[in-house]
Design a protein around this ligand. Structure first.
Ligand SMILES: [Zn+2]
Length: 72
């Protein structure tokens, strides 16, 4: 974790032990929730037929979609 106030690194997750500032994860995850949401929307568009794709691709997308939903 890294303090947003003084820039020190700390293992604490609530606040900086030096200045009491807010701490955050220094390296944000590569894939943001927006990306996931965008992918989900794209999949939904393919499933609902808003985007025209080949039957083969559609079935592949559907397969992936159901795999994702059965694991979560
Ligand atoms: Zn600090």
């Amino acid at each position: 974790m890294k303090c947003t106030k003084c820039g020190r690194y700390t293992l604490r997750k609530d606040k900086c032990p030096v200045c009491g500032g807010e701490v955050k994860v220094p390296h944000p995850p590569k894939f943001s929730p927006e990306d996931k949401y965008g992918k989900y929307r794209l999949v939904m568009k393919i499933i609902t037929g808003q985007i025209e794709v080949s039957e083969e691709l559609k079935s592949r997308v559907l397969e992936k979609y159901y795999k994702i939903h059965s694991t979560t």
